[in-house]
Each structure stands twice: as C-alpha cells, then as structure tokens.
Design a protein around this ligand. Structure first.
Ligand SMILES: O=C(O)[C@@H](O)C(=O)COP(=O)(O)O
Ligand SMILES: [Zn+2]
Length: 210
C-alpha cells in the first residue's frame, strides 16, 4: 500500500473503532510502519472519530518528529516495540471498556492476564503479559515493552489499557477487537465454572497460526 492509502486506512478504521465504542474522547493512539521506514502515528489528544489523513504525525525510528501534528505522547513505546519486534508493522493502544476494567484488577497473573478459554484468543493473541502501572507518557513504559516485545503480540498496561500489535494495521485492529471481546467474555463468565483450554489444546492451537 502507498503512504496515502495507509493514511486513509488509519483514518477509516479508527473512525469505525470509535463508532463501535472501542475508543472514546481523546483516549488511545495508533501507529503503523510506512514504506519509507518512518512511522505514521495519531497526533496527541486526537479523537479516533475525527482523524484527518493529512494531519497524522510522522516520526522516525528515533522518535524525531518529521511532519504532521505533534505525535502521541506514547510514540516512544510504539517505537520501542517496532525496534524489538521486526514482525510488528502496526500498533493499537486503547482504553476499551473491558480490557481497561481488567487492567484495574488486583492480583492479575503478570505473565498472562487472561487464561485461555477460546481458541481464537490463543490463535490471535496467545498470552497477555501485564506491565506494572506507570503514568501515561512515562518513558519507562517503553523500557518495559522493549523487554517483552519480541515474545508477545499484546500487552496490558496496569490501570490503563491494552497495547496490541499486528503484521499490518488491519491485523492489529482485528487482534484488538478479538482481545476486547475476550475480556468481555471473561467478565460475563466470572461467576461461572469455566472449562479452560488444557495446556495440550493451547499448544496445538499455537502451532497452527490464525
Ligand atoms: O492514557 C493516555 O493518556 C495515553 O496513553 C493515551 O491513550 C492518549 O494519549 P495521546 O496519544 O498523547 O493522545
Ligand atoms: Zn492510554
């Protein structure tokens, strides 16, 4: 895809996420890798419902602002993931309702906040490690994510929300939607006797891809 097509894809899919309630107000941020090696990111403070293709921010891998509006205050953590995971070409950060609710629970398993109970969660995400609470924009979020970026497709920032990666922007958005729905199911099922997938069932799924 050309840079212009990628800009339009980000605007269109962000608006769709906004209209379906995955993002509200100015919360969340998005990025993707451009063909020239720079990164397209949402401007700080922008609403997913009102992005403008020409105004999107462009940064280089070192975080230098190349063009467009001032980039997201989380651009550094997006770049830390790209630096440490060559398969990642797009990132979605949301404050979506169920994942953010999950991120506020005490006593989460730091290695994996959602124990698998459906195949598609395993196929698209696998595990969801928890990053200890840091204030939004804290450069230490980038350090924490850099250490785990090569091993996981998504992360849960404690008391904040999810960070989801993809091989392209569509993939990252699909992964984000799947993860949010899985968190919703986890809350719906919280008082039920869940049959979790066995370790053997999880391993079998991991070998098969999406
Ligand atoms: O939670 C925050 O403040 C940020 O992580 C966020 O979601 C929005 O920040 P900007 O991307 O700078 O608008
Ligand atoms: Zn945030």
């Amino acid at each position: 895809m050309t840079e212009q097509q990628l800009r339009e894809q980000m605007v269109t899919m962000a608006r769709s996420m906004f209209e379906r309630g995955y993002a509200t107000g100015g919360a969340g941020n998005l990025s993707l890798k451009l063909p020239n090696g720079h990164f397209l990111a949402t401007p700080t403070g922008s609403s997913f419902g009102r992005l403008v293709a020409e105004e999107l921010s462009v940064v280089d891998i070192d975080g230098n602002h190349i063009s467009g509006k001032k980039p997201s205050k989380e651009a550094a953590f997006h770049l830390a993931i790209y630096r440490n995971n060559p398969e990642c070409n797009a990132i979605v950060h949301l404050h979506s309702t169920y994942l953010t609710a999950l991120s506020c629970l005490d006593g989460l398993d730091r290695e994996n906040a959602i124990k698998a109970f459906t195949p598609y969660f395993v196929m698209r995400i696998g595990e969801l490690p928890v990053i200890p609470y840091l204030r939004p924009g804290d450069p230490k979020i980038a350090e924490e994510l850099a250490q785990r970026a090569g091993d996981y497709r998504a992360f849960l920032l404690a008391n904040h929300g999810p960070v989801i990666t993809g091989i392209d922007f569509e993939d990252a958005v699909d992964n984000a939607e799947e993860l949010e729905e899985t968190a919703k199911l986890a809350f719906i099922l919280k008082d039920s006797n869940i049959r979790y997938l066995t370790d053997a069932e999880v391993q079998d799924l991991k070998g098969r891809g999406k």
